[in-house]
Each structure stands twice: as structure tokens, then as C-alpha cells.
Design a protein around this ligand. Structure first.
Ligand SMILES: N[C@@H](CCC(=O)N[C@@H](CS)C(=O)NCC(=O)O)C(=O)O
Length: 214
């Protein structure tokens, strides 16, 4: 049995969403953030020494890192569904978009949040990331001009990864004046699998990450 460790209001929502989209059996273990610090509880450190979500357990292995978990679940629990195999014409594009959310889009947003939380102070540092945040959101906005999902071939696990990061962007006030990204989120949230994931994983309130947003 696959076990999914989920932290409330976190990127592990993606893994619950993925499992619901794939309609595979899984056990869900919920962990609650500290209400004040928003840090993960010690219960996650008992799963993996880094104490991060998501984490999964399967066939005696503990696996962390969203991108790896997504590929692992699609390929070992769902015959490759929602992934793209090596022989798919857009295999490379799939890998790019799967990695892009955590690898490129999120880091600037994370700095933006910590900057707001800590009261700022280093405008040179934030100026660097500000350019990256704007440029990258515009890149995704442009890509979505001619398609409903991030791959022209249709919905994939890369949308799940990207969708959650864009929900975080929304909480950080970064989707204003980006209509394709706003419409994309509406489309993703309308999916029955998304609704089932919220039902099973619990309500998601990313406004806890809206510090400094006006
Ligand atoms: N790159 C990792 C990031 C993992 C991560 O930072 N998870 C956050 C949840 S959004 C977490 O566990 N935060 C709680 C903490 O650090 O105390 C991944 O994609 O899984």
C-alpha cells in the first residue's frame, strides 16, 4: 500500500491530488503545521530526517521531493498514466514542466515570502528575484495562450505540480494582470480530482502565505 504524508496548506496537496486523479488506493497520513511558526511538526521528522512534506512510503522505501514522488507514483502505481513515457513526442516538454515548478518558479516566490516575513532589508537581493518572478510568470502566461494545459497534448502530472505553485503565486499576489494563468487555475480547480483531493486532504488556505501582499 502507498502511504502519502500530507502537511496542511502545503505542496503535498499535489500528491493527494495526483492520487485522486489517478484513482489509486492510498493511505493518507495528515500532519498539522504549527499554527504560529507554520513549521512542520516533529511527526514528519519521524518519517524522514528532513521533516518535509510531501513524503511517501512504498514497498519499504521512504521517498521525498515532489517531482520524484510524482514520477514514482505515476510509473509504479498507475502504469504511467498522467506522465509521459520516453517514447511520447513531448517527453522532453513533460520533464521540463515537471521540474520547472520546483526548480525555477518556486524559489523566487519563496524568497519573496521570507523577505516579507522578515521585514525586508536587502533590496539588491529582492531586486534580483523580482525580475525572475515577473519573467517566469510571464513565460508561463505566454505558453498557455494556445492551450488549456501546460502540454499541448493535454492534462498531465506536470499541471498538478505547476497548478499548486501558481496557487502559491496567487496567494503572493503574483497573478494580477495575468489572465491566462488565472483561467488556468479556474480550469484546474474545476476538475473532479482536484475537488476530491480537497475533500480528502482537507481545506487548503494558502492565504497564510500572503504576508506583505496588498
Ligand atoms: N523541494 C521539496 C520541498 C519540500 C518542502 O519545503 N516542503 C514544505 C511544505 S510546502 C515543508 O515541509 N515545510 C515545513 C517545514 O519546513 O517545516 C519538494 O518539492 O518536495
Amino acid at each position: 500500500m502507498l502511504t502519502v504524508h500530507h502537511l496542511n496548506n502545503s505542496r503535498s496537496q499535489r500528491i493527494v491530488w495526483l492520487c485522486e486523479e489517478l484513482s489509486i488506493p492510498y493511505e493518507l497520513v495528515k500532519h498539522q503545521r504549527d499554527a504560529e511558526t507554520l513549521r512542520a511538526p516533529d511527526s514528519l521528522k519521524h518519517v524522514h530526517v528532513l521533516g518535509k512534506a510531501p513524503a511517501i512510503e512504498h514497498n519499504g522505501q521512504v521517498i521525498i521531493e515532489t517531482d520524484a514522488i510524482i514520477e514514482y507514483i505515476c510509473n509504479t502505481c498507475a502504469e504511467g498514466r498522467l506522465s509521459r513515457g520516453v517514447s511520447a513526442p513531448d517527453y522532453g516538454q513533460y520533464l521540463q514542466w515537471l521540474a520547472y515548478s520546483e526548480g525555477t518558479l518556486f524559489p523566487g516566490l519563496g524568497v519573496d515570502l521570507i523577505y516579507a516575513w522578515t521585514g525586508g532589508g536587502n533590496d539588491v537581493l529582492m531586486g534580483f528575484f523580482e525580475v525572475e518572478i515577473v519573467k517566469n510568470h510571464q513565460y508561463v502566461e505566454n505558453t498557455l495562450q494556445d492551450r488549456d494545459y501546460i502540454l499541448a497534448s493535454g492534462f498531465s502530472a506536470a499541471d498538478i505540480n505547476l497548478g499548486w505553485t501558481l496557487e502559491f503565486s496567487e496567494a503572493r499576489g503574483r497573478l494580477k494582470n495575468l489572465p491566462a494563468l488565472q483561467a488556468y487555475l479556474v480550469r484546474l480547480r474545476a476538475r473532479p480530482g482536484y475537488a476530491r483531493a480537497i475533500e480528502r486532504g482537507g481545506p487548503q488556505d494558502l492565504s497564510v502565505f500572503s504576508a506583505g501582499v496588498t
